[in-house]
Design a protein around this ligand. Sequence first.
Ligand code: CA
Length: 368
Amino acid sequence: MKRRHFLSNTALGATTATVLSSCQTQSTQGNGTGDSLPNVRWKMQTSWPKSLDTIFGGAQTVCDRVKAMSGGKFVITPYAAGEIVPGLEVLDAVQQGTVQCGHSPSYYYVGKNPALGFGTAMPFGLTAQQQNAWFYHGGGLETMHKIYADFNIISFPAGNTGAQMGGWFKRQVQSVNDLKGLKMRIPGLGGEVMTRLGVNVQVLPGGEVFLALDTGAIDAAEWVGPYDDEKLGLNKAADYYYYPGWWEPGATLDLQINRSAWDKLPQEYQAMLQAAAMEANLNMLSQYDAQNRVALQSLLQGGTQLIPYSQEILTAAQTIAFDLYEENSSKDATFKEVYESWNKFRQEVSQWNKINELSYANFAFNQK
Ligand code: CA
């Protein structure tokens, strides 16, 4: 099974090149096979409320671009969390064919397979730039296809938030001891690390985070970063805004596609979906960086207090994270295989980025 997916992915790459060259022929000759492409209508379940225009925007970009590229023949309608199924059940709906596709982070589903965490973000893992290098040129995409194949799904990265913030706290947390018993909204493996630090971890979809924090049902919550967090109103529910979001240094959102629906598509539409996903992946990251820079100023003017996580908490969390990866590796052969190749990639690309990116940023970002 797994081998067959690798082979079909390779064949798909060749198909994309063929489609591109035949498009050129069509535009030159003024005719082609475009008229014979079928009308296709798909539903896309997302994990997001529509009010979050950056992250829901990733889903919207895929739908808009596929519609434009197909001349209006391939139309995908995106649905907000809860419209068809809840935001944390997108993978299930795609797997079962309730919808043909979804927009959701793979790490919401680590309970089904812990290796799904690698598709979104790992605590102390890859930045957005590194994550993309891993997906597109480090074997990451093929790895995720193998993992998703068990769920009858093929996926493509379709959005990245960039490095996230470390969450909103109603009271300051300086030491590991301060974290004990704290009720915090944080999903995925970051949540598992927090659990081992003594945090009482809650998983809530975006639309429910503000109310839980504002009413005191939870003491802390992480979502994304300044722009989205301000939109959710989290700054009105807590004063202390911690950084960095060490559990999500470059979180990817996936376009998840039901494999049977994918297989029925003309190759042209498959190529359009891939191109649209890659465009959404770039567009969301650039949108976040541009808008977070403005929102950060707004939050600071509104009285939000920025506080870095202490070295004690960061060091303890990093140790626990890598202990967790070793434990998962000893229990799960798939996790072990992915972790070892991912970790080698992480170490090598970090060595390079320490030389080029970090040395530059350390100097230039600290100048006026
Ligand atoms: Ca987050």
